[in-house]
Design a protein around this ligand. Structure first.
Ligand SMILES: [Zn+2]
Ligand SMILES: [Zn+2]
Length: 340
């Protein structure tokens, strides 16, 4: 192994990406070194690029959709060995002693929640160092490029759906069919829900069918809430869109006891007519991806059920271009960096 590696760092908040060489770091106690094969570009990488997340120390390499191979392990690491294929996602570390951690709910750690690419250098690099407890095993059926987006976009849609209380045959809608939604749609369909895609435009129908939607609602051409009511009312709407207005507009499409699960992050507040919650006993909840075992479950389910991200592959050295492609909203549907 050569002792130098490439890493793409953001130099300062709103600063440019900078491709530099540095020494390959050694994994400390409890840590592993992953040789990165692929790293998805997530909209949340803008937290690092634009300096939105408080307290980031720059320069910082983004990237929390990592897929690669364990290259070296530090002292005291049990359960993992060099050569194993692993993913590293949004959940990149936790304190281990707060109330959440002691309940095993690591992703809501209140003391020292860590995110690769924010708390420490992430996957825009040839190697990344991460706590061993944050790894997910990648099944043979998934390539690194397929596994990477599942480590954030995948678990962020799979995990809330499987905990939603919806049962096979229930009407489940996915609002917004982009990086998150195109995976949410596939998961919902493969979980056995009567699946509805809600997006804008008529040209999307063939793709929506291919992704598993039984019904498609064009929110430009019709009132999505009224259309959902016609279908019987949704048990769950998974809101992956980044428009609070679009979320408000579907609320009336929930059935009795229906739940709007919010995973997309709009810039503006969500306005809700409270009466529409009370009488039909509807609820609105958020969901923060999941811990490493949730990611591993996501990968295993995707491998078994045939759920795959649609990706555009860009080499690591063109990370800036890949990031712009993702931010433009034109990518179909996830941009993934590869180290080659
Ligand atoms: Zn993400
Ligand atoms: Zn904690």
């Amino acid at each position: 192994m050569s002792s130098a590696m490439r890493i793409v760092r953001v130099t300062r908040p709103k600063g440019p990406f900078d491709l530099v060489e540095q020494r390959v770091p050694e994994p400390g106690p409890g840590m592993v070194r992953i040789k990165v094969e692929a790293c998805g570009i997530c909209h949340s990488d803008s937290m690092t690029k634009e300096g939105i997340w408080p307290g980031i120390q720059y320069p910082r390499a983004p990237g929390h959709e990592v897929a690669g191979v364990i290259d070296d392990i530090g002292a005291g690491v049990a359960g993992w060995k060099a050569g194993q294929r692993v993913g590293l996602g949004w959940h990149g570390g936790h304190c281990g002693y707060c109330d959440s951690c002691r309940r095993g709910d690591f992703v809501t750690c209140q003391v020292a929640v860590q995110v690769p690419g924010i708390s420490y250098d992430g996957g825009y690099a040839d190697y990344v160092i991460a706590p061993a407890g944050t790894l997910a095993a990648i099944p043979d059926a998934l390539s690194a490029v397929e596994a990477a987006p599942l480590m954030c976009a995948g678990v962020t849609t799979f995990n809330p759906l499987r905990h939603s209380g919806a049962r096979p045959g229930d009407l489940v809608a996915v609002l917004g069919i982009g990086g998150l939604g195109h995976l949410g749609l596939q998961f919902a369909s493969k979980m056995g829900y009567r699946t509805v895609a809600i997006a804008r435009g008529q040209d999307k129908i063939p793709l929506m069918r291919q992704l598993g939607a039984q019904h498609y609602i064009d929110s430009d051409a019709s009132d999505p809430a009224a259309e959902l009511v016609k279908l019987g009312g949704a048990r769950v709407i998974l809101a992956t869109a980044t428009s609070a207005k679009a979320m408000s507009a579907v609320l009336g499409g929930l059935g009795v006891g229906g739940k709007l699960i919010v995973v997309g992050l709009p810039n503006e507040p969500l306005e809700v007519p409270v009466v529409s919650l009370i009488m039909p006993r509807r609820s609105i909840v958020g969901w923060p991806s999941g811990s490493s075992i949730d990611s591993q479950d996501t990968l295993a389910f995707a491998a078994q059920a045939g759920v795959r991200p649609m990706t555009e592959v860009v080499p690591l050295e063109r990370a800036a271009e890949g990031y712009e492609r993702m931010m433009s909203g034109k990518a179909r549907f996830r941009v993934v960096l590869t180290t080659g």
